[in-house]
Design a protein around this ligand. Structure first.
Ligand code: ADP
Ligand code: MG
Length: 364
């Protein structure tokens, strides 16, 4: 099939790399001809043609998107002629933190206390209900911790509201978590569901730096609870494709943070670490192929992000159990340029492999 991707970044690139062996072709829509996916398929670029999205739709048998910030109206228009997966409900819900929280409430999935905020008075009111510390986040468009303000004391309230630039925001109570986890699953057109194991994520300055898969010392009850939440969300949204939920592990169990209607940075380990990667499974799902087995291929895997500068990648190339993935992006502070996957048969092997690659991890 011809698969059209709205976006042309590293996620589109890795979807194409996974999809070619299955016999598919790819087209992308992006802003320039110099993006991670540009040379991996037909490029429908904004500067070439104002109707580039329409051209992409004509090219495609099915369309998917790289980002939850994709315009819902665009997807609705395309969907009149070509199927878009995940569908409009998944996109509409996940691109707005308030709508996301509302669906968590509806499905009785625990999340942080929250209140929508449109003014300084709203914020003061929300703080009197939720208390401090709390996090103020823009309702839409945030990523890698951008558009967020942690409010610890009352004298920060005005600064916090000013930093939102007047856009609709959400105040969330601060969750005292032990660890951050995520769960990735995929649902097919035929309603088949498959789940990857819970993984553990370490962030630094709001950016994911390290994923360990599967997360260690997870009570089986916790894994089942996370699966139940995921199952309810997949079904409620009629989701087709990969869905990711980010969770906090707390002393009182799981608290869901947010979700993404797409392949996720915390699932990149699955390229070498699972029988079928998240990318291949997303492609299989949206093309109505049977879903692939999600079982890990090794006792443990890790994914280290390459952020800002490419760094000493030869170290990874010299390790039998490390796999380098670069996205063909130019170096820039805080930019995701690639990642290194590690596979290991024991915790000791994983620890020593991560140590060898410590140049790629933040110092503090
Ligand atoms: N309510 C919260 N309580 C505690 N930490 C939070 C909360 N919300 C977010 N964080 C921290 O900030 C990070 C980024 O927030 P998140 O909501 O996931 O936004 P983004 O869309 O930028 O990933 C989270 O991974 C977590 O470390
Ligand atoms: Mg997040």
């Amino acid at each position: 099939m011809k698969i059209g991707i709205l976006g042309a970044g590293q996620l589109g690139r890795m979807l194409a790399i996974a999809g070619y062996p299955l016999g598919h072709q790819f087209g992308f829509s992006g802003n320039t001809n110099n993006e991670p996916s540009s040379l991996l398929g037909h490029m429908f670029a904004l500067e070439d043609n104002a109707e580039h999205i329409e051209s992409l739709a004509v090219f495609s048998d099915v369309i998917t998107y790289e980002s939850e910030n994709t315009n819902v109206e665009t997807v609705r228009e395309i969907n009149k002629n070509v199927r878009v997966y995940p569908g409009e409900k998944s996109l509409f819900t996940t691109q707005h933190r308030g709508r996301e929280k509302a669906i968590f409430d509806q499905l009785k999935i625990p999340c942080a206390p929250y209140q929508m905020v449109n003014s300084l008075t709203d914020l003061e009111n929300a703080i009197s209900n939720i208390g401090l510390p709390a996090i103020l986040k823009t309702a839409t468009e945030g990523y890698d911790g951008k558009g967020q303000f942690v409010i610890k004391t009352n004298d920060q309230i005005t600064d916090a509201w000013n930093s939102m630039n007047g856009v609709e925001s959400i105040l969330e109570g601060f969750v005292n978590f032990k660890r951050e986890l995520s769960l990735i699953a995929v649902r097919g057109v035929d309603n088949d569901h498959k789940y990857y194991p819970l993984v553990e994520n370490t962030h630094h300055n709001g950016i994911l730096r390290l994923t360990i898969a599967p997360a260690q010392d997870i009570d089986p009850v916790l894994q089942e609870t996370a699966k139940d939440y995921m199952h309810a969300l997949l079904d409620e949204m009629g989701h087709v494709g990969v869905l990711t939920i980010e969770l906090f592990e707390t002393d009182n169990g799981l608290v869901v943070n947010e979700m993404a209607p797409r392949v996720h940075n915390s699932g990149h380990w699955s390229i070498e670490g699972a029988n079928t990667s998240q990318f291949e499974n997303h492609v299989r799902a949206i093309t109505d192929m049977p879903l692939g087995d999600t079982t890990p291929t090794h006792a443990l895997s890790a994914m280290i992000n390459i952020i800002g500068e490419t760094g000493p990648t030869d170290i990874a190339l010299g390790m039998p159990n490390a796999h380098l993935h670069l996205y063909d992006k130019e170096e820039r502070a805080d930019r995701k340029l690639g990642h290194i996957n590690i596979t290991a048969s024991s915790q000791a092997e994983l620890d020593s492999s991560i140590e060898k690659l410590s140049a790629f991890l933040p110092k503090s």
